[in-house]
Design a protein around this ligand. Structure first.
Ligand code: ZN
Length: 67
């Protein structure tokens, strides 16, 4: 009899708000980690985050993360 321990490291879907700073114009914006669309800077339209399968990819400077 063999016992196999299967450890699953599945991150729980946890949504966060992320404070980012635009690398283009320096303006700050709060974005949602589970956004389903790409996030652009409101001021200069630079892409700040790209939507992915389950979470977004931040493409600019992160200032802080609120959980
Ligand atoms: Zn900007």
């Amino acid at each position: 009899m063999s016992k196999q321990d299967i450890v699953e490291l599945v991150p729980k879907p946890r949504t966060k708000f992320i404070r980012v700073k635009c690398s283009g114009c320096g303006s700050e914006q709060t974005i949602f980690s589970a956004a389903s669309t790409n996030v652009k800077c409101l001021a200069c339209n630079q892409e700040m985050a790209k939507s992915g399968a389950s979470k977004i990819q931040i493409r600019t400077k992160i200032i802080s993360v609120y959980t």
